[in-house]
Each structure stands twice: as structure tokens, then as C-alpha cells.
Design a protein around this ligand. Structure first.
Ligand code: FES
Length: 262
């Protein structure tokens, strides 16, 4: 073996790890939560139903751009009628790409799914490491572009949350539990995006003198504070988007009635 922990020149330790704590809990929880989300999102993306109940639209189906969308759910029929499948199958490519290439999620799934390595100071089973220089992992370098696209989705989902203050007839002044769920989802997505490492670099990267760029310095300082909580925002926004979709699905399917405040 020419690489890995048993390669020549490395300390010859036969134990896989000398750690005595429960280091496996974190990667195990990562796998469980991500697999649960992937199963849920796949079922919902193919369902092509129960994604709109005025004034609420599921984040999985927004923006609904096909003429086959439920009436009222899509403002722009960009895809016309040629797209017969679920609109979510196109929409979800972008948030999925954003999360798959995210620096934090990379760490999480490299550890959880590939055990590369499973945790600090725990030997990985692989004998070879090619980093992110080859297909498909080289695609992780597209993260910055997914970040830009993610911002567009954040604006759209924020718009969805704002128009959820209208009732089904279009009159302003409505507020139900669904309005709060969509608002919370949009807020969490903004926190996730603004705490992104690429966002931090966009704000303050490649500057030689912060003193000459006071506005960018302030923005970089703000994003840097959020960035320390990026992992928490990553999980909270992932769960938030699933909860928002589930809530809309339950209301649209008639399983529950939206709790209306006014
Ligand atoms: Fe996680 Fe950019 S690093 S979203």
C-alpha cells in the first residue's frame, strides 16, 4: 500500500484507533439523518401532488414553472407543457447541488458514508487518496456557482413566505401556522447561505487591505460570525425545508387544517 495509514514511513500501529470515546456516533447520526431526508425528498419529488394549498406552496415545488402545475401555484409557465414529470425533479437539482458541494456536508458525508476518514484519529479503510481532483469529486469546485443559484431560490422562497400573508382570495392580512412555517424555512435558508464559506470569500477574499474596503470588511465580519455556526444552519435548514414541505403536503391533502391566527 502506497498511501493511507499503513503506508511505508507511517507509524506502524495495528489498532484502527486509540480513541476510547464514542467517535462513531456523529458519522452514524449523519448517515441516518441524510438517508432519511433522501428517502423523504425522493418520495415527495416524484409524488407531483399535494404541494400547493393556497396561499402555501411547498419549497420542493417552487418556483412551479410548468403548465402542468396546480392552478395558482406557478406564476410563470416557463417550461410550457412539454415537461410532463414532476416540476420538483428539475427544481431540486439546484438545492441538491448546493448541499452536495457544501464544505460542511462534504466533511459530513466523507466521514459518514465513505469513512474517509470516519473521524479524527481513526484510520480510514482506503489505501488510496486522490482528493477532489478527479470526476466526480472535482465537481465540488462548482460550489460557488451553486451558492449564487441558491440565492435566487432564497429570494423566491422568501417571496412565497411573504405572499402567504394573503388569504386564498388574494387579500392581505392572513396569517396561519403555514405562514410561520414558510417564514422560518426562508430565514433558515438565508442563514445557511449567508454563513457559507464561499459567501465569506465573496465578501472579504483576496483583499490585501481591509482598511481600504470598510464595507466589505463589515460584511466579511458579519458573515464570519455566521460562518462559525454553519454546521448548525446546515442541519436546521435541511430539517426546516422538509418540515415546510410536509406541512404543505398535510394541509393540501386534507390530513390537517391550517391553524389560522388571523
Ligand atoms: Fe456550506 Fe457553502 S460551505 S453552503
Amino acid at each position: 500500500m502506497t498511501a493511507g495509514t499503513t503506508a511505508p514511513g507511517r507509524a506502524q500501529i495495528s489498532a484502527r484507533t486509540l480513541r476510547t470515546d464514542r467517535w462513531w456516533v456523529q458519522p452514524a447520526v449523519t448517515v441516518l439523518v441524510l438517508v432519511a431526508f433522501i428517502i423523504y425528498a425522493t418520495i415527495r419529488a416524484f409524488a407531483n401532488d399535494y404541494y400547493y394549498s393556497a396561499p402555501y406552496i411547498s419549497p420542493f415545488y417552487s418556483p412551479c414553472l410548468s403548465t402542468s402545475c396546480v392552478p395558482g401555484s406557478g406564476e410563470v409557465a416557463l417550461f410550457g407543457d412539454w415537461w410532463k414529470l414532476s416540476p420538483a425533479l428539475i427544481i431540486l437539482i439546484f438545492p441538491l447541488g448546493f448541499r452536495l458541494t457544501c464544505y460542511y456536508y462534504r466533511k459530513a458525508y466523507f466521514r459518514g458514508f465513505w469513512m474517509s476518514p470516519p473521524a479524527c484519529a481513526v484510520a480510514e479503510p482506503h489505501g488510496k487518496y486522490t482528493g477532489e481532483r478527479r470526476f466526480p469529486l472535482v465537481l465540488n469546485n462548482l460550489h460557488r456557482y451553486f451558492f449564487y443559484i441558491g440565492l435566487i431560490f432564497n429570494v423566491i422562497l422568501t417571496y412565497d413566505a411573504v405572499i402567504a400573508f394573503r388569504d386564498s382570495s388574494g387579500a392581505w392580512g392572513h396569517m396561519g401556522l403555514g405562514t410561520l412555517v414558510l417564514l422560518a424555512n426562508a430565514a433558515l435558508l438565508w442563514l445557511y447561505s449567508l454563513s457559507c464559506h464561499s459567501c465569506r470569500h465573496v465578501m472579504g477574499g483576496r483583499l490585501t487591505h481591509f482598511s481600504k474596503h470598510p464595507v466589505r470588511y463589515k460584511a466579511w465580519t458579519f458573515v464570519s460570525k455566521l460562518n462559525t455556526r454553519h454546521m448548525a444552519f446546515a442541519w436546521a435548514s435541511l430539517i426546516g425545508v422538509a418540515v415546510a414541505d410536509l406541512y404543505v403536503a398535510l394541509v393540501a391533502g386534507g390530513t390537517i387544517t391550517d391553524l389560522r391566527f388571523f
